[in-house]
Design a protein around this ligand. Structure first.
Ligand SMILES: *Cc1c(COP(=O)(O)O)cnc(C)c1O
Length: 496
């Protein structure tokens, strides 16, 4: 495919300007036309109690059906989505979500099933949940799984509550949780919500947990370590066996943030590395649309000794009958209404069944290959602060471009003019000016090449024409909003 601007997605063609409905309306237009009926027109005010009658609404737009359909269809096309374009947002695993998953989640027998229906009438849904638990156990090497938590952060909190309940059942009151300085912000938040003080472990020169610091910090007052593997630099914690041994030797537990599981599925079992608790991000690794604030699912996997503390009900198979077992007296209780976000569970189940063991391994390997392809092709254009081997994502920064006064934010904004969603920026916090790229396995080589071409063009532009950056993006409806003010003083009302 030619790599010129005509082939950049999203920068050419029919992107419509769209006024508000209020500006579109014209008095007397209607969105329906119905045949007349013999029922006489009645004045609602004479039929309804006074407090049910709405007062007059000023400026209500009057529109035809076509006005309305075009308006909302056009607005929907302003949304950036994985169905429309490449979305290399690091740490978020914005992979393509096969439409088959959506079909299955919408099967009436699943989508219309009431959560209060008796177990005897819910065998199919319970079987699906039970089997999903089994698949997640197999993929992760953990011994038991709860599907209840509604997102990754919620899974973290659930996992930390499980750890706390276990330690308390042993009569232990520990006050601290260790975590690397590259941790996702939800990690300290989850451990703080469970009443723990967070102690940071600095990263070493390679971007991994500093082993000497870990040994010095780990003590009998430490409940757990929360780590991410591969970490937020996309790097595998190669000392993971020694790390888990050090923590266990002082009676602590090991929590693994599994949001980056896409880099391990089918290749490495987290449970074999000494991890006691792991959360999954079904909406990342197992393909559910996310990023727009929609529902996710953050199941938690644990080792056998922690199983009694998992949320109730446990979904169990009792001689071929699937049951919701509430009889687990040590459980931390429920963390979510009913059984979690069931529709997300159906999508993950479908995805796992569609790919099978070989497909899951291949997806992981392709995700790693794609990230390493981008890393290799861009390493001469953008600085790699941690150049060691990495897996499913790679983290550049703006060190080279800063020489021309072009910052990470400018690069991200300029990418929009090239038709790409920017990568994650300024995270992880240990990398100044980070640009974190995660292509996922879904993307073709052509798409990766277009992205690489855009990034190279931008690097060249930063050298030759750095003055063009403060204005970017210029091909969007809005160029550079004041992001703080847009969030703090949103204008949500139409004013004439
Ligand atoms: C996405 C992510 C989380 C949080 O997951 P949510 O589902 O967004 O709550 C936690 N840790 C890491 C490393 C992540 O990438």
């Amino acid at each position: 495919m030619a790599q010129n601007s005509a082939h950049r997605p999203g920068v050419k063609g029919l992107i419509f300007d769209e006024p508000t409905l209020f500006d579109l309306g014209s008095s007397g237009r209607k969105a329906y036309s119905l045949p007349s009926t013999p029922i006489p027109d009645a004045d609602p005010e004479t039929l309804l109690p006074a407090d049910e009658v709405r007062g007059p609404v000023e400026h209500l737009p009057e529109l035809t059906e076509l006005d309305v359909v075009r308006h909302f269809t056009r607005l929907s096309q302003w949304n950036f989505s994985i169905d429309g374009n490449f979305y290399p947002l690091g740490s978020c695993t914005m992979k393509y979500n096969p439409k088959l998953n959506e079909d299955m989640a919408r099967l009436p027998g699943l989508s219309q099933h009431h959560p209060y229906a008796p177990e005897a009438l819910s065998q199919g849904s319970l079987q699906l949940m039970f089997e999903l638990q089994e698949y997640l156990k197999e993929i992760s090497g953990m011994d038991a799984v709860s599907l209840q938590p509604a997102a990754g952060a919620h899974g973290e909190m659930t996992g930390m509550l499980v750890i706390k309940a276990c330690l308390e059942s042993r009569g232990e009151k520990r006050s601290k949780v260790l975590m690397p300085d590259s941790a996702h912000g939800t990690n300290p938040a989850s451990s703080a919500l469970c009443g723990y003080d967070t102690v940071q472990i600095p990263s070493d020169a390679e971007g991994l947990i500093d082993m000497a610091k870990l040994k010095a910090l780990m003590d009998e007052d430490t409940a757990a370590i929360m780590l991410t593997n591969p970490n937020t630099l996309g790097m595998f914690e190669k000392n993971i066996l020694e790390i888990t041994e050090i923590v266990h030797s002082k009676g602590g537990l090991v929590y693994c943030d599994g949001a980056n599981l896409n880099a391990l599925t089918g290749v490495c079992k987290v449970g074999d590395t000494g991890v006691d608790v792991l959360h999954f991000n079904l909406h990342k690794t197992f393909s559910t649309p996310h990023g727009g604030g929609g529902p996710g699912a953050g199941p938690v996997g644990v080792k056998d000794f922690l199983k009694p503390f998992l949320p109730v009900p446990h979904i169990e198979n009792k001689k071929g009958t699937y049951i919701c077992n509430y009889d687990h007296p040590k459980s931390i209780g429920k963390v979510r209404t009913f059984y979690g976000n069931f529709g997300v569970l159906v999508r993950a189940y479908t995805y796992i069944r569609t790919l099978g063991p070989d497909g899951i391994r291949e997806a992981c390997e392709s995700a790693v290959l794609n990230a390493n392809y981008i890393k290799a092709r861009l390493k001469d254009d953008y600085h790699l602060p941690f150049p060691g081997p990495s897996l499913h994502e790679c983290v550049f920064n703006d060190k080279e471009q800063l020489k021309h006064n072009v910052k990470t934010l400018d690069i991200a904004k300029m990418l929009i003019d090239h038709g790409f969603h920017p990568p994650t920026v300024y995270f992880p916090l240990i990398v100044k000016g980070a640009l974190m790229v995660e292509p996922t396995e879904s993307e073709s080589k052509e798409t990766l090449d277009q992205f690489i071409h855009a990034m190279k063009t931008i690097a060249k532009e930063a050298e030759q024409n750095p003055k063009s950056f403060p204005d970017a993006p210029i091909l969007t409806k809005v160029s550079r909003p004041d992001e703080a003010r847009a969030a703090r003083q949103p204008v949500l009302r139409w004013k004439k």
